[in-house]
Every structure is written in C-alpha cells, then in structure tokens.
Design a protein around this ligand. Sequence first.
Ligand SMILES: [Zn+2]
Length: 376
Amino acid sequence: MERNCVWDDLLAQKRVADFLKHAATTGTVAHAYLFVGPTGAGKKTAARALACSLFCDDGGCGVCSICHRIRNGKHPDVHVFRPAGAATYMVEQVREVIHDVHLKPVQASHKVYIFEEADRFNAGSANAFLKTLEEPPDDVIIVLLTRSFDAVIPTIASRCQIVRFRPVPESMAIGVLIERSGATQDEARIALAASDGVISRALDFLESPVRRKTRDATVELLKRLPLMDGHDVLLGARTVLSEAKAPVEMLKAAQAEELAERKELFGKGISTKPIEDRHKRELTAREREGVTEVLSVAESWLRDCLVMSGCAPELVANADDADAIEEVAAIITPRAAVSAVEAVARARRRISYNVSPQLAVEAMLFDIQEVLRCPR
Ligand SMILES: [Zn+2]
C-alpha cells in the first residue's frame, strides 16, 4: 500500500477521514470537535491529520516538512494538552490556554488545540472554558478527545461537533504493523499488547530496543513473582520502572538538541518558552506512557493466562512466552486470573489519581503475587 496522504493513517475510520477531509477542502471545518472512540481508534491521529490538511500546501501530503512537524508533535501552531492536575484539567491550565488562543498563529493560517481525555474537565475548568469553546477566534480549531461520550460534561459536549470513531479490529491492526515494519505476526501482537492497541505506538515499540527491553523485564518479573520475597518485589518494581524511563532520557537528549538548533538558527535572544513548555508536556506524556506500558504488559500477560486456562491459546498475545503462560494457566482458576487482571486496573486508576507509580506498581505486584501463589 502506498501512503501518500495523512488520511491514509486512519485505518478503519474511512467515514471519519472522508468527513474531515471534506470539511477541510470545502472550508467547513467546525470551530470545535469532540472525537469519541476507544483507545487506539486513531483520534489523535485524526486531529493531527486535520491540522495537516489545513496547514499543508498540498492539503495534507504527509511528506512535506509541515506535515512532518505536525505528525511529530513539533509544529508551533498545533498544541496537545492533557490534564495538568490530579486527574482533572485545572482552571489555571484552561486560563493559560485561553490566553494563548487569542495570540496570532506562529507559522500557519490556523491554530489547532487538541485536548486529550476531555472527560476530565471538572465543573470549574469546564466553566472557564465554555465561552472559548463556543466562540473561539476564527483561526482557532479545538479538538477534544474522549473514550466515553457520557463521561464528558454536557455543557462541553453540546458546544462541539461530535465525531464517532469505531474500534480498529485487532486483525487489521496486526496486518498494518506487519506491512509497515516487516514484523512477524507474534511480534506485532506483542507490540500491540504493550501499546494499548495504539498502532503508532506499536510501530515505535517495534523500532525501540529500550521499550522491548522494558517489556521483557516486566514479563520476567511476573514469572519470578511467586518465588520472590517482599524486598525482591520492591526492587523489581523499581527496576522495571527505571527501565521504563529510558525513552524519557532519550527524549530529553533530543529536546536539548532541538533547543540548541533553534538558538543557533534564530540567535540566543529568541524566546524559547513555547518550545520549553511543549518539551515539558512531551516529557510528562512520555513518562506516563512508560508506566502505562509496564501495566499494559502485565495486563496482557495475565489475560493470556486467563485465555490459556479457558483453552483459547490462539488468543494469547505474548506468544513468545507461551510455555510460562501455560504453566500458570494449568493451575490458575478463571476467577483468580480475573482478580489478578483487576489488580492492574486498580494500579491504573491509582496512578490516574496521582498516586506515585512506584507505590501503585508495588501494590499491584503484591496483589498479583498473592494470586499466583494461591491461584484457586
Ligand atoms: Zn504536507
């Protein structure tokens, strides 16, 4: 398959792609969208594709430097936000955005503001945002992303055009990974499992030795868990989390390089605050991704034990570890396996409420250990 435009990235969302493309080419883009769909459906990719189609001279060719910068999160007129507070967007964060919204674009004709987890506005931050959401300046497009429409505050949802995304079937995602990376079926499955089903992150996983190392360390830890004492478990948690941080260090190095390049191009006097702000957001997001990945790997491995015990080995995601999974599956009851999977969900929740990842992962490992030691 030849990829010649940004919309080609939107697998399984042909209707969404056609709809947004049409809006972009006919000048009927709405001032605010709410993209609704499961993780991995391509919501952020679609938001970026929309920006590409508006900024790029070829309507989103996917190969020019403008498209390239947008897709790599490096365009000064495309901003991506996540909740800055414990689990919610804060009023101050929204006020900062509103201030920025009223500034002229830096390079493009428009500015695009993407908000991840739009269900995480609380009453205060939603209120602060409503007027801007309803009537942003003409050159501003706001795109809110959410997994659940019902979780979004109605006053926010009602001010947006709703766009629904379907889940991408796993077989389709695996097909894309194999085609684009040359990975085997098993490798593609492992990559998807470690990336919460998000294709772009799975592609990155396949090219990233450090991420693969973290995944292997997490699986290794789970396998040894029943035999470990308390001290080993704490140490294990620390080790995988520090492995998970390796991509953050690499990002830091790349950011320092970008900043130095900027200064060389534009002189030392140039304001670097917008870049530094973006870097800070990127670092937080990458750090979060690393932790999430440890949880995703643990979850998929435990789910594998569950499906294997239910005699559906073809559904196992971590095929390279089938022997160990089979051993656990032979002794674990479905109920015990489910409670181990739930321990991972609890850790996710705790981290989303700003419990330290170290504490959340430790508690999760102790819970899983208990299940694996006494799997009935
Ligand atoms: Zn382009």
